[in-house]
Design a protein around this ligand. Structure first.
Ligand code: ADP
Ligand code: ASP
Ligand code: MG
Length: 417
């Protein structure tokens, strides 16, 4: 068994869908599960629909934009509206329109998932139909029939046991000697409500399939030649890396290298399944093998923007001792806000987090009786792994002032103002 994952960039328009189909036709053997994300920026467009719904503005008009984009893609792929794919999409659209008429405004995260998940359903229906059209027989699978989760909407946790059992009974027979096309990012509760696994979560979905199907390997097809020693959009001199270990990959993604979703590595490492990061623009390219060894790695740079520095000061001059630290951690954990950097003083604690106002508000509400709370915004974390010398670090700080710096043997982190 093999698993392919195609992200939004690869299927952003009709030419993209055709290219993906040609990759599957050329390189995809049987016993293949294809996981696909929503086309292009569809997930963001659906977030606009959701915002309009909660703001009581014209959500249906916002959804028309999504329909129109996909209609255009389908016209280019299938020629005219007589193809059955148009009816299938109408059924999906009808469900969204129906949701938009309902008054469920009390539960934002629930509504969010019911609507945002439609992007993957739409793209997978289109890809599956187009593959059949060009003679690549495949079955379309509604991933919600197998990917079972809890009801933490927008960041659902996979029920590993139940999902494994459904993988065995449903996916294995379906993919055996054949090709299955399904959706990334989405799942389903025991009560049959749609959930999502967190933004950019399709790489993770593919890794869950790979783990549970004991796949030979997983390939994620990207718009870059593979893993590089920095985002080429940020670092013009970024170079391609042939091979990295699971350990390096998990560290890189933890610090914010967005080329692979951070949750992707564990399910693969646990079963020693290699991850290939390949280019859908140049599928002949060898791509990066994740799960190999780290030979002479160059310094790897990671930039995380839009960071907030939260400073907590005990109001009564109590030391920030174990119990208080435990309380601080618990407040961040309950708000589901990850600490990207932290530092402790005698009566203060500094935490650097992604600037997500609603989560920060939760932390503030929990801690403001005990602490003075201040926040600095618009900061950047620069992480450099395997830095060779301090000149190298200074070069990338780019004259920006580092207000917090941490150095370990292999990793430098600076919070830049
Ligand atoms: P997908 O289409 O699967 O959603 P993403 O856009 O999430 O793909 O990931 C690919 C992008 O990751 C690239 O376009 C690149 O800008 C970015 N990126 C960030 N860090 C790296 C890195 N170290 N190596 C390669 N690409 C990187
Ligand atoms: N479509 C989802 C997103 O944009 C999931 C993904 O692309 O991986 O977040
Ligand atoms: Mg993505």
């Amino acid at each position: 068994m093999k698993v392919y994952k195609f992200g939004g960039a690869s299927v952003k328009d009709a030419a993209g869908v055709k290219n993906v189909a040609s990759i599957i036709q050329k390189y995809g053997e049987k016993d293949l599960v294809v996981v696909v994300s929503a086309t292009g920026k569809t997930t963001n467009a659906l977030e606009v629909v959701i915002k309009a719904y909660f703001d009581n503005t014209d959500a249906k008009a916002a959804f028309e934009v999504v329909k129109k984009n996909h209609h255009q893609i389908c016209l280019e792929l299938f020629g005219n509206e007589t193809h059955e794919v148009f009816d299938k999409l109408q059924n999906i659209y009808a469900e969204v329109d129906w949701q938009l008429e309902e008054d469920r405004k009390e539960s934002y995260n629930y509504v969010y998932d019911q609507i945002v998940s439609q992007g993957e359903l739409i793209s997978s229906v289109i890809l599956s139909a187009y593959l059949n059209e060009v003679g690549v027989k495949n079955s379309w699978l509604d991933v919600r029939d197998v990917m079972k989760t809890d009801d933490t909407y927008r960041e659902a946790i996979v029920d590993w046991k139940q999902t494994q059992s459904l993988m065995n009974s449903v996916v294995k027979p379906l993919a055996s000697g054949s090709i299955v096309v399904t959706q990334g990012f989405i799942g389903c509760t025991a009560e049959n409500c749609t959930t999502t696994l967190g933004r950019e979560g399709s790489d993770y979905t593919a890794a869950i399939f790979a783990n549970m199907l004991d796949a030979q390997n997983q390939t994620i097809w990207k718009d870059v030649p593979g893993v590089m020693n920095g985002d080429p959009r940020v670092f013009e001199d970024a170079v391609f890396i042939d091979e990295i270990s699971f350990n390096e990959a998990v560290e890189m993604t933890f610090y914010g290298a967005t080329v692979i979703h951070p949750k992707t590595i564990k399910p693969l490492q646990n079963k020693n399944i290699p991850l290939l990061v390949k280019s859908f623009i140049n599928p002949e390219g060898k791509g990066t093998i994740v799960g190999g060894s780290d030979n002479n790695l160059p310094p790897i740079r990671i930039v995380k923007n839009d960071q907030a520095l939260i400073t907590l000061h005990t109001k009564d001059f109590s030391f920030v001792e174990d119990e208080i630290v435990a309380e601080i951690f618990s407040s961040f954990s309950k708000a589901n806000l990850k600490l990207n950097m932290m530092q402790q003083g005698a009566i203060s604690f500094e935490a650097v987090v992604d600037n997500i106002p609603e989560k920060i508000e939760k932390v503030k509400a929990a801690l403001q009786n005990q602490f003075d709370f201040s926040i600095d915004e618009k900061l950047t974390i620069l992480t450099i792994r395997h830095y060779t010398n301090f000149d190298y670090i200074n070069k990338f700080k780019n004259d920006r002032n580092a207000i917090l710096e941490q150095r370990r043997l292999s990793t430098y982190q600076g919070l830049l103002a």
